[in-house]
Design a protein. Structure first.
Length: 129
């Protein structure tokens, strides 16, 4: 039985980005040893998109894995960005798409995470019995 998902993010400065996730985003974490933090993420959903010129599979441990992009989701992008700006978090341009309003937030390493307010239906809203 599958019990969860583990996302790998490769960073030029993992220590700074771990501190950001802990201190700025407030994600809970456990220390897997020697300061290697593993974070609990909010509920997640997954969608499969076709490969195009910008997307490719990745090699990991000698195997071809699907490429991926991580977007954090929020209920109100404007309010979320205002809250993050108070903590000195920068973001890129805001763009309106058919599926949501999106931007990226800039991590201490210079890497970016997608952030969006969805317009689409979400499986997270489904009722469970």
């Amino acid at each position: 039985m599958i019990t969860g998902a583990h996302v790998l993010l490769y960073s030029e400065n993992p220590e700074a980005d771990r501190a950001f996730c802990r201190d700025v985003l407030g994600f809970r974490s456990v220390d897997a040893g020697e300061g290697w933090l593993i974070f609990a993420l909010p509920p997640a959903e997954v969608a499969f998109h076709p490969v195009d010129e910008e997307t490719r599979t990745q090699r990991h441990a000698g195997h071809s894995l699907l490429g991926s992009v991580l977007y954090l989701m929020c209920d109100d992008l404007d309010a979320t960005l205002k809250s993050l700006q108070k903590r000195k978090v920068k973001h890129t341009e805001i763009e309106e798409e058919r599926w949501g309003i999106r931007t990226t937030i800039v991590l201490p390493s210079g890497g970016e995470l997608g952030l969006y307010e969805p317009k689409h239906a979400s499986p997270l809203d489904l009722q469970t019995d």
